[in-house]
Write a new protein. Sequence first.
Length: 270
Amino acid sequence: MNNKKIQGLIASVIKPSHKYIEEKTFLGIEKMGKIVEKEIESYSFTLFNEEGNALNYFQKSKNTTLSQQSINNNEDEDNSKTFFQKYSYKYNTNGQIVEENAYDSNGVFVQKSIYEYNSNGKIEECREFDREGKLISSKKYDLKGNIIEKNTYYKNGKLRERELFKYDLEKNTVEKNTYDSERNFKKKEIYKYNSKGNEIEYNSFNLEEMFDWKCITSQYEYDQRNNWIKRIINDGENYKVTTRKIIYYGEEENTNFPNWDSPFFKDLKE
């Protein structure tokens, strides 16, 4: 799982700190004005420490390919439909992450992230390296801690593409523009949010897909802590229904982690 997805999960949940998030996504169909879950598409499970940082992440997918470009040196996508990753962290004296290391299920190192801060303790840059120590991406931040620029690189060190970000007053990404290594425009993405800061509309204009314009909308249901526990996504033709179980530290002692040998997981065929 790439770092962006992990950070998105962390940002989507309001503290007090959560212990784990169990997420199931189904393809859905509309029947008599209601969206009915039809077929399981993917499952994910993320375990966090009390600081809100991911300790491990598992995802199993039936109908989609998981893109692990960071692990594959930003070249080909990984066709594996089962993915597991463990994380460890190093902190500075201010309790800020300065290094994140990722390992596969066998404990083999796969990726490192290095975080740098300015004299005021504000994050300035994050650089990601593959298992061979080669730079695969770099992210620059503004004074509010928002990523304003992300560069990804090929295995040979050459720039692959650049992404530039814009934000609203609530630090939500409202626009992302992607350019190739020659600074030629490739794609524009626009995001809209509800009052809780959850994305409700996504629009994209992709020059590489014959000026294709896409619109995807989302609606949510929330738990008592205002974290979403159900999301319905509609791209105009298809529906995806995602349900989440969120367990918080101090709320209950719940150790009923998923049974990987259950029929539910075996249904997610390779």
